[in-house]
Ligand binder design. Sequence first.
Ligand code: DHE
Length: 586
Amino acid sequence: MDTTPRRTLRLAALMGSVALPLAFLAMPGYAQEKPKEHADGPAAAYEPSMTTLGKLKLEIPGRKPDDPVITPAEFDKAKQIYFERCAGCHGVLRKGATGKPLTTDITRERGYEALKDFITYGSPAGMPNWGTSGELSEAEVDLMARYILIEPPQPPEFGMEEMKKTWKVLIPVDQRPKKPENDLKRDNLFSVTLRDTGQIALIDGGTKKIVKVIDTGYAVHISRISASGRYLFVIGRDAKLDMIDLWMKEPSKVATVKIGSEARSVETSKMKGYEDKYAIAGSYWPPQYVIMDGDTLEPLKIKSTRGMIYDSQEFHPEPRVAAIVASHYRPEFIVNVKETGKVLLVDYSDIKNLNTTEIEAERFLHDGGFDSTKRYFLVAANARGKVAVIDTKEGKLTAVIETGGQTPHPGRGANLNHPKYGPVWVTSHLGDETVALIGTDPEGHPDQAWKVVQQLEALGGGSLFVKSHPKSDHLYVDAPLNPEAEISGSVAVFKVSELGGKEPKYKVLPIAEWAAIGEGQPRVVQGEYNQAGDEVWFSVWNSKDKTSAIVVVDDKTLKLKSVIKDPKLITPTGKFNVFNTRNDVY
Ligand code: DHE
């Protein structure tokens, strides 16, 4: 079906859902107005959940005489709820992140009743209405109000000693193949996250058959591939990093290490001369990154990200590591630190005398990718509605751009050759239906460089990923977190060659319908191309107990090419094609 662009989607409902939770602390008496449900927008469902921290055994911090009573069992439960639902915004130590601080000097000043009301009813500034939405029972709301009146427990640090205890080389380097021992078309393999089983499925891009399912970390998050294409690295939310050798007769894990308690990112060295030499992973807790040996995962260097926020120059105790990419221009990792708003260029050519360039960018950095030349790295400062551009050749900030939409969320973004504006990089938004096209060609198109040159309107808010390919004339925009099933089950496709016209139209592909699953309300997420760039794969992400699928679309005709279904394909989300991921093709 063809649809003209429309700005129909409940902007009002989406607005506010991404703003600062617990703004109530600055708004005395607001709870009495008992605002109605407001924080049910897609972005509200996307705040980080520190699930693994929730499972750690922690002591009740020294109870003071005026602390409200909480039993150890209640404390355990409240701690788990806090880490899973609240810490993403308010911080592990409750010192504030995208949400307000909840330190005891503040919470005790507000008092139990006010806290209980705000947890129950939320606030229009973005604090979810945990009580009235039914997410928390009355007893749980009472528990949480008491919990935030006591001192926050601090999860343990995770230094070299702890890391080394978890580090295992499962197959020593000298016992690994000297050359590939399988006839897989490795560059067209897809590593597919099976989120809720803590596994990845290796799927052959040609036959569309599962080659192998491999156990990895808890709520496994992303995969990255070494520069040579031999090693696959998979990070779980529990910060367990697994390294898989694709040369083995049957690809298998060859090394593993835990780099913290909560993590989201991993990358490998890509600079000429350093291929496969190092791996790096960043964690949410403790706030740090670690550089590891690229053959064995031996942890070599751990660096804390604690420090000053780029603009206020105030100390932040827990700045999380978000996206990490590897420079193609210098032997550097580009490490994005969420809460301090800094991009770190970590020079790995001499890790004994580690050199780091610290770039002031913007808060709160999340995800991003390269422009088509791989020289510029564009990263979303999502809570500020901006994208920061880093020149990885010169090692400096190029620009910080307002995207014009609410909460940009590009994934790695998409690179297009726009008929009017030349090379552009694209991001969609979590908070609304807009899609921003940013000029990335300062030489050929200086007037357009680092500006939003066009804004498209796609299906609706709740978009997480856009995708294109150098050989394709299409731009795909998903919307998995949109509250409407029809939207979250579809993707919008724009024709790149028609973007120069008036009001470009998009076509809707009913991906979930094509998967013909029947049960549940699956969300369609993250397009990923095959190596040839002639087909694009989408995950049809259903709940754990229901059938999920991967739908493969013919990129030329936009017709259904095949549906991959398998009982082992449980909760597929991210997909990482070996060739495209190792070469940063998107
Ligand atoms: Fe992700 C990338 C963090 C929830 C699927 N996600 C990233 C990156 C970060 C991040 C920092 C960039 C990594 C990099 O490039 O090095 N993600 C977070 C969160 O904090 C958040 C919001 C909540 C949480 O508690 O984890 C979160 N992410 C999700 C999901 O719910 C998704 C949709 C499904 C899933 O599998 O968990 C999801 N995130 C992804 C995917 C990528 C990703 C598929 C990589 C996209 C790409 O094309 O590179």
